[in-house]
Design a protein around this ligand. Structure first.
Ligand code: AFP
Length: 294
């Protein structure tokens, strides 16, 4: 089944928006080849290339502006929320190319999207949909509109076709821990030691979207915690934590900042950072217990 057909039961404008973003992601995917995956360097023809993350940002901004569906657009690459003169009223958050520092070493990267009605400076639990596209050996698109989490793969004819429907996060013993161990806060260290004692294996690629995708399929937990000197961690609430947390929660998992649900946080600024724990409910319950104990 193609993505268009799968979205046929969805509210028409929301379906159109998801399809528009899917098309933009196909353009981004083609850019990895045509733009020689260079980052502010010269390609084989001696032409100067714009960094792929900045180019992907321009592709999405242009497409979403032209769609007439989006009024507010917040991008990790832009300092302010963009506002379009549009008939539609969707708000979109985007990380155009998460993990972009890995492009040079050919590891998986992705595009992360959150969809709101109206402004995006709102708690994650007001999202009406979220999706990500992962550019790995295959290009996959995972979306939710609060009716399950579904995954599509880009086939040779350029269509996203259904690969897995109603994904549920399984039990698993993988952990993807960001930040430096010597800078862990006490509750976090205790939690990491508990996971290690329980036989959890490390799988951390440096690409949040790829690491969370693996957790969605194999179980376990991703974390980029707050750490000494940076109690809010590294990753962004609007662009990374909320959309991926929303998807994992829809798949039966949980998303926490260590003290409670990430999706309940009221953002105060676009670039807000937040400690992240995303994955299975039992791992999230445990970190919240350890964090509360101090
Ligand atoms: P880039 O987009 O600059 O590559 O950053 C990726 C990222 O935001 C996220 O995808 C990773 O989980 C995290 O940074 C990795 O951070 P460290 O480099 O500190 O491990």
């Amino acid at each position: 089944m193609r993505l268009e057909e799968h979205l046929s039961g969805c509210e028409p404008d929301l379906a159109k928006l998801i399809l528009k973003i899917a098309d933009s992601c196909k353009t981004i995917k083609s850019g990895f080849m045509s733009r020689q995956s260079c980052s502010d360097t010269e390609n084989v023809y001696g032409e100067r290339q714009m960094a792929l993350d900045k180019w992907a940002d321009e592709v999405l901004i242009a497409d979403l502006k032209a769609s007439g569906l989006v009024k507010y657009l917040a991008s990790e690459e832009q300092p302010e929320i963009l506002e379009f003169d549009s008939a539609g009223n969707f708000g979109v958050t985007m990380d155009p190319l998460d993990g972009s520092s890995l492009i040079g070493v050919n590891l998986a990267v992705g595009t992360i999207i959150g969809i709101y009605r109206g402004n995006v400076l709102a708690p994650g639990n007001t999202m009406v949909g979220a999706m990500y596209v992962l550019y790995g050996p295959l290009t996959t698109l995972t979306y939710t509109v609060k009716k399950g989490v579904h995954e599509f793969v880009l086939d040779a004819s350029g269509d996203f076709v259904l690969q897995k429907e109603n994904i549920r996060i399984p039990d698993g013993k993988i952990f993807a821990p960001g930040a430096l161990r010597k800078e862990y806060l006490p509750g976090h260290l205790k939690w990491i030691e508990a996971l290690e004692a329980d036989g959890y294996k490390i799988r951390f690629s440096g690409s949040f979207v790829a690491d969370v995708h693996q957790i969605l399929h194999k179980g376990g937990v991703f974390t980029y915690p707050g750490y000494q000197g940076n109690e809010n961690g590294k990753l962004r609430l609007l662009f990374e934590a909320n959309p991926m947390g929303f998807i994992i929660i829809q798949a039966g998992g949980a998303a926490s900042h260590g003290m409670g649900d990430i999706l309940e946080v009221i953002p105060v600024k676009v670039s807000q950072r937040i400690p992240i724990y995303i994955g299975g409910i039992k791992e999230i319950d445990l970190i919240e217990k350890f964090t509360m104990e101090g």
